[in-house]
Design a protein around this ligand. Structure first.
Ligand SMILES: *[C@@H]1O[C@H](CO)[C@@H](O)[C@H](O)[C@H]1NC(C)=O
Ligand SMILES: *[C@@H]1O[C@H](CO)[C@@H](O)[C@H](O)[C@H]1NC(C)=O
Ligand SMILES: *[C@@H]1O[C@H](CO)[C@@H](O)[C@H](O)[C@H]1NC(C)=O
Ligand SMILES: *[C@@H]1O[C@H](CO)[C@@H](O)[C@H](O)[C@H]1NC(C)=O
Length: 422
């Protein structure tokens, strides 16, 4: 009986081929023990009516009672141990060691989804894999109550309006989420403009279901400072959003055309990390460069807005390994969203993943990264230097915190070129 292990995040899930035969024999044995005991119990009670002597009856009664309760105890023990064996068997059949599906209140849909299935033609000779196992984040184990709530729905019916629950799970690293067999709530997308007009047209309030958000229309979002990448970023007509990347406010703002020039015509596909309302991708689209914008819907309908502009929103947390193959992007753009906090190694994991998806000679554009301290700047500089990128642009400046704390902070902007490593 083989065993396959799979790395998931920093945990390892182990999948074992179940020893179905031996478990079935076990069940059979348990069943026969239980029936034998039940027969004995029946024999005790059935023989009662053949007794004439009341005296003898009373004498034996006490002895018999303890005999019966002994038998009952034995039966209970057997039932208990067979229940444990069944749970163990179910776990083996499902193949999950990390998510305890035997605990109560686990939604049946979750068990069903997580069931692994054998490859139809048996073991794949190239990969050695014998079965397919559905993806689910290993941290889902920590939020199994929320996960079960998420997986409780009417099969083939409508899903609850529970995107906030889903996002909560993702933020708790329960990513990827399991698939579901219910229909997501529909929001009709009326009034969409054809591309490329769509890039800078206001998006209709009706294209978004505002339930769960504090703002109930785009007017309300326009004046908001949601994060460093989104200060009034939903206002495409007034304010600064329409000038970003094409008009500099200071030496830390590089212009898209200057950066594309550095790529000497080789920039065609890119990824924008934590890219606000998608204006970077919009400016790139105007230059025939396809950019994917990674985003979550924190406090605002970023995903819907980006899609309404005719751009590609990628609904993914930055702690998730990028779902792209190695060396595929010509450009990765990141701003302060890169600041993942925690130990320096946290940023290192992210940087290595960016490096992985960037092709040799591809550009990494670090755009107005706010270093909360001088130490942070030195740390980041040391890290970048470890990767051996060529510094095509490197500007350290100082800026008043744009979110309104009034503090002056060190800001780093850079365009770095990935080396060809041999
Ligand atoms: C007690 O058990 C004996 C056999 O062990 C049986 O002969 C007797 O009838 C039983 N008495 C009662 C009160 O059940
Ligand atoms: C938005 O979601 C709420 C809650 O599920 C629902 O009642 C409402 O009908 C939805 N609105 C639209 C426009 O779909
Ligand atoms: C959205 O709703 C607000 C408030 O009702 C309104 O002022 C605004 O014009 C609407 N915007 C669009 C694009 O429909
Ligand atoms: C983008 O591509 C279109 C169609 O090939 C072309 O007409 C246009 O000039 C290109 N724009 C830029 C900025 O390269």
């Amino acid at each position: 009986m083989g065993s396959v292990s799979l790395k998931i995040g920093d945990g390892t899930a182990r999948f074992q081929s179940a020893t179905v035969c031996s478990s079935a024999v076990n069940i059979l044995m348990i069943f026969s023990v239980i029936t034998t005991n039940l027969f004995a119990l029946y024999a005790f009670t059935a023989s009662n009516k053949h007794h004439q002597s009341q005296h003898l009856l009373l004498q034996h009664a006490h002895k018999n009672f303890s005999l019966i309760s002994e038998q009952v105890q034995l039966i209970l023990n057997e039932i208990d141990s067979s229940q444990k064996k069944l749970a163990q068997m179910e776990k083996q059949l499902l193949g999950y060691d990390t998510i305890d599906l035997s605990r109560p209140n686990i939604a049946p849909e979750l068990k069903l989804f997580l069931q692994q299935h054998q490859l139809p033609l048996g073991k794949d000779s190239k990969t050695g894999i014998t079965e397919m196992v559905p993806s689910v984040g290993h941290s889902c184990e920590k939020s199994s109550d929320l996960l079960s709530q998420y997986m409780t729905y009417k099969v083939h019916g409508s899903c609850q309006d529970d995107w906030i629950l889903a996002q909560k799970l993702i933020l708790r690293a329960c990513e990827p989420l399991p698939r579901r067999r219910c229909f997501a709530k529909v929001v009709s997308k009326v009034g969409l403009y054809p591309f490329p007009d769509s890039l800078w047209k206001p998006v209709a309030n009706k294209t978004v279901n505002w339930s769960g958000l504090s703002c109930k229309n785009f007017q309300c979002l326009n004046g908001k400072k949601l994060n460093r990448e989104c200060i009034g970023c939903f206002d495409l007509l007034n304010g600064y959003e329409s000038q970003r990347f094409v008009k500099a406010r200071g030496k830390n703002d590089f212009l898209i055309d200057d950066v594309l020039e550095l790529g000497s015509g080789g920039i065609r596909v890119g990824l924008d990390l934590g890219g606000g309302s998608g204006s970077f991708a919009a400016r790139m689209a105007e230059r025939n460069v396809t950019v994917i914008t990674s985003t979550l819907n924190v406090d605002a309908p970023f995903s819907e807005f980006i899609a309404a502009r005719g751009l590609f929103p990628l609904y993914l947390s930055l702690d998730h390994r990028f779902p792209f193959y190695d060396n595929v992007f010509d450009l990765v753009h990141a701003a302060s969203s890169l600041d993942v906090g925690g130990k320096p190694e946290k940023l290192e994991f992210l940087m290595f993943d960016i490096d992985r998806i960037l092709r040799p000679d591809g550009l990494f554009w670090l755009d107005n990264f706010y270093c909360t301290s001088d130490e942070k700047k030195r740390e980041l500089t040391r890290l970048i230097e470890k990767f051996g990128y060529k510094k095509l642009k490197w500007v350290v400046g100082e800026k008043i915190d744009s979110l309104g704390s009034g503090k002056s902070e060190v800001v780093l902007s850079a365009v770095l070129q990935k080396p060809v490593r041999v």
